[in-house]
Design a protein around this ligand. Structure first.
Ligand code: PMV
Length: 341
């Protein structure tokens, strides 16, 4: 065994789902397909040192501070993917990560984090196992990232990304994500803003593992999975035609459905805060009064992703956010991102 110490580093962005993944089967198989926007600026930068030949162990640092819990999670993950990377347990790792966005923002650091780790692993794999095409290597990184955190597999590609088998998306798979074809996307969706309003900075009251698990006993789960599959039909048409009004309706419905599912779980979870509802109502009032395309989506938390295209009215929308919406955040925080592709 001739592997020596290697150091690699990679960067991976987070993503925000438009059609949501909530509910899964064994081996990280999603109960329904999902589609997301990759957030260009919310990234995890990871460097990985591999000391070949030493006893398998993992040490992790987040922004310079040692994270023992995270290291345990990564150890378990590495054991889990040994069947795909036979060399993986044959050495010691020191992994240092930092996020370019606040930890408390509710922006999925597990997506960018596992995306970056999977990319680092593929870089090491290239050193050890020889070359694969860029395309194959990305696909395998997406496959590996999925086994760490489902939604992470969508972070390997820029733009709009689909994970989960859908009749509407050629080449889609439950095992890895695929890029939604640029030629099928109207320009309005290629230059989009996502501003995250930091409503609440506390710990999430439900982990996504527990959340997905609650779908197993949710009496509405099957109906929801079918709805998500069905939503790919209008989504495909909307992405092609640029029908922003229909897009808004679909994306907001998906966000509210995710939260409705949690409210109907046993035990029930309400992850929105007062501020979340206030902001949603203000967005709806603003749209009713101005007709401008400002809308929202939510992750499994209280913070609100404000979405709007750069289609001429963005200055008015930004002014509204800065004056009317920022007061509802705990520490007046907003993380600004722009999805350009
Ligand atoms: O990837 P996980 O297991 O953390 O699940 C994420 C689920 C949501 O973020 C709520 C929705 C999604 O599709 O990203």
């Amino acid at each position: 065994f001739t592997i020596h110490t290697q150091a690699v580093s990679e960067s991976c962005p987070s993503n925000i789902a438009l059609i949501k993944y909530w509910g899964k089967y064994d081996n990280q198989i999603p109960a329904n397909p999902s589609i997301s926007y990759t957030l260009n600026h919310c990234k995890t930068n990871t460097s990985m040192e591999f000391f070949a030949g030493e006893t398998f162990s993992v040490q992790t640092f987040l922004s310079g501070n040692e994270e023992v819990k995270f290291a345990e999670k990564i150890e378990k993950y590495f054991r889990n993917i040994e069947q795909y990377l036979p060399w993986i347990l044959k050495g010691k790792y020191i992994i240092s990560t930092e996020n370019t966005f606040p930890h408390s923002s509710g922006i999925a650091s597990s997506a960018s984090g596992f995306g970056a780790i999977a990319k680092c692993l593929m870089k090491l794999d290239k050193e050890f196992s020889g070359s694969e095409s860029e395309e194959e290597s990305l696909r395998k990184a997406s496959f590996l990232a999925r086994l760490g955190s489902g939604s992470a597999c969508r972070s390997l590609y820029n733009g709009l990304v689909v994970w989960g088998t859908s009749d509407e998306v050629e080449g889609s798979s439950d095992l890895f994500a695929v890029k939604y074809p640029d030629t099928e996307i109207h320009d309005i969706f290629k230059n989009f803003n996502d501003w995250v309003l930091l409503i609440h900075e506390g710990q999430k009251s439900v982990s996504s593992t527990v959340g997905h698990g609650l779908m197993n006993t949710n009496p509405y789960a099957e109906r929801r999975f079918q709805e998500a599959r069905d939503n790919f039909v209008p989504m495909k048409e909307i992405l092609k035609s640029g029908e922003i009004g229909q897009f808004i309706k679909l994306v907001e419905h998906e966000a509210l459905t995710l939260h409705a599912m949690m409210m109907m779980s046993d035990p029930a979870f309400i992850l929105m805060k007062t501020g979340t509802l206030e902001v949603i109502n203000k967005i709806w009032d603003f749209r009713r009064e101005t007709g401008l395309p400002l809308f929202f989506t939510l992750d499994a938390g209280a913070n609100v992703h404000l979405l709007f295209p750069n289609s001429g009215s963005e200055d008015k929308i930004k002014a509204f956010i800065e004056t009317e919406l920022l007061q509802h955040t705990q520490k007046n925080g907003v993380v600004k991102d722009i999805m350009k592709f």
